[in-house]
Write a protein that binds this ligand. Sequence first.
Ligand code: BTN
Length: 262
Amino acid sequence: MSVDQLLNLPGLALALGGCAHRFDADLLSECDSTNAVLLARAEAGAPSGAVVIAGTQTAGRGRRGRTWISAPGDSLTFSLLWRFAAGTAPAGLSLAVGVALAEALEKVGAGGTAIQLKWPNDLLLGGRKLGGILVELLPGAPHAAVIGIGLNLHLPDALPDDLQTQSAALNHSGDPNELLARILIELLSVLERFAASGFADLRNAWMARHAFADVPIRLLSDFAPQRIGMCRGVDVDGALLLEEAGQVKRVLSGEVSLRGVP
Ligand code: BTN
C-alpha cells in the first residue's frame, strides 16, 4: 500500500501521543500546494500548529519559482503553520527546519547517519536530494510562517532523467504516520528553540551535518554572475559564508542556489 493510503488522522494522532494537542492536522487526498492551502487558511485565522498534508499536489511549489514534483504515494508532502511572537526575525528558519528533519530521520533510523544538509533548504542522502523545505511568510505578518516540506519516500517514475540521478529516497517501509509524527515532534522542539534563541542555538547542529563544509562551491543566481569560493558554513543568522580571494562574505538565501564544484 502506498503512503497516501496508509496516512490517516487517527493514526497520526496516536503516533503524536502527548503532543497531539499541539497540532491541528488536515489530510487532503489532493490539492494544488499544501503551502498555498495553508497560507490561505492562515490568512483566515488558522492557529499555530495547523498542518495540511496532501496525498497529491497538482502544483507543488519549490524554491526560486520551481515546481515540486511528486507522484501519489511517493512523497510525504505537508505544511505546518507556525506563529511566532510578533517581532521574531525569521532569519535562518529554513535551516532550523532542516535540523529538525535530520534529527527526526536519524531518530526513526531512516537514512542512517548519512543525512546531510545543503544550504539553504535541502536535505541530502548520499549527496543526492532527499527532501526540500519551502518557508513562506504570511504577507503582512512576517512572524507567521508556513513551513512546507517534501520528502521523497520512493522515487517517482515521472521524475525526468536528470532529476532521477540527482534525487534520493528514504525507501522507508515503516508506518508513515509514525514518520510524520516524529518529524512534527522534532519540529515542535526546534521551533520552540528557534523562538527563544533564533538560529544561533541550532547552528552547531546544522554545521555537524553540513554537506559542503570547507569545499569549493558555485553560487548560481538568475540575476548575477556565478560566484565561486570556499564554503565556510553558515553564521548565526543562517547566512552562507563564502570565502572569495581570502575574504569571507555573507550570502543571504534570496534567489541563490548552491552547487558543488566537480
Ligand atoms: C525546494 O526544494 O525547492 C522546496 C520544495 C518544497 C516542497 C514542499 S511539498 C509540501 C509543500 N507544499 C508545496 O507546494 N511545497 C512544499
